[in-house]
Design a protein around this ligand. Structure first.
Ligand SMILES: NC(=O)c1ccc[n+]([C@@H]2O[C@H](COP(=O)([O-])OP(=O)(O)OC[C@H]3O[C@@H](n4cnc5c(N)ncnc54)[C@H](OP(=O)(O)O)[C@@H]3O)[C@@H](O)[C@H]2O)c1
Length: 252
């Protein structure tokens, strides 16, 4: 077995949002196994209770939109590593058919919440002279996908935010990494289409990326020497490519 990469010694405490399933849960366990104390943020009491039973994991039950809820937690824990992972794809409807409330829902959770949490965390990282901010973006934020106009726009916002944030943080010692995956086998489509349909349409017969693969990538970026900042990791299943276009004839 190859040895797991070693996280630089100054990183002690990580906070992970959307920790109750998929990528977030895998990241919590990988960081915990790497020796960090991990604050796992999520909503599902059952999933949080399971995580709480693991040594080195503290759980916080909170909705990421509830900015106020984090002040007390952050006062208690010096967060060196923040993983902004919680996200939703609440509908796959075409933009012209989606409920207007879905626009706010996806923007509030996927874009606004990570920005607000980062705003709360980053001053103390700057004061310490180091820190690592991770954002889970998406291939849908880097190329168009049908039925993902709003989801994609929220993730494109994350992507440009990461680039601009790196400019603002230059010289602070705080690293910023966006991880933009293609299809990962998780519960992401549970609301938009139900897990049975998601299995049949998206996962069965395909070899997707698994959440643990994303955790491995994140740990690799975190483990590089402090002077190395992996700004963006785009990762696809070997069996997935994005591109091409569609045209329809004008009806006269
Ligand atoms: N799966 C993919 O193919 C894929 C590809 C590219 C990017 N991503 C991104 O990867 C990230 C993780 O998603 P996943 O694929 O691991 O899906 P997942 O299994 O559905 O996990 C999403 C996590 O986010 C949490 N969450 C959602 N809304 C929340 C809120 N308001 N407050 C707190 N937690 C909230 C969920 O908790 P609840 O169960 O409480 O809702 C869940 O723990 C997302 O940002 C997603 O956009 C996924």
């Amino acid at each position: 077995m190859p040895e797991a990469p070693k996280v630089p010694a100054q990183y002690h405490c990580a906070m992970v949002t959307g920790a109750t399933s998929g990528i977030g849960k895998a990241v919590v366990l990988a960081l915990r196994d790497a020796g960090l104390q991990v604050i796992a943020v999520g909503r599902s009491p059952t999933a949080l209770a399971e995580l709480a039973s693991k040594q080195g994991v503290e759980v916080v039950q909170a909705d990421v939109r509830d900015t106020e809820a984090f002040a007390a937690v952050l006062a208690r824990y010096p967060v060196d590593v923040l993983v902004n992972n919680a996200g939703v794809l609440s509908t796959r409807a075409a933009f012209q058919e989606m409920a207007p409330s879905e626009i706010d829902n996806m923007f509030d959770i996927n874009l606004k919440a990570p920005l607000h949490l980062t705003r709360q965390v980053v001053p103390r990282m700057i004061a310490r002279g180091y820190g690592h901010l991770f954002f889970i973006g998406s291939s849908a934020g880097r190329a168009p996908h049908p039925g993902a106009a709003v989801y994609g726009a929220s993730k494109a916002g994350i992507s440009l935010f990461c680039d601009a944030l790196r400019c603002d943080l230059l010289g602070s010692g705080v690293r910023v990494t966006e991880i933009a995956p293609g299809r990962v086998q998780t519960q992401l489509y549970k609301t938009a289409m139900g897990m049975q349909a998601a299995g049949a349409e998206l996962y069965d017969g395909y070899e997707s990326i698994m959440p643990e693969d994303i955790a491995t990538l994140l740990l690799a970026a975190l483990s590089l020497p402090q002077q190395v900042d992996v700004s963006r990791l785009e990762v696809f299943p070997t069996a997935q490519a994005v591109g091409g276009g569609r045209m329809v004839k004008t009806c006269v």
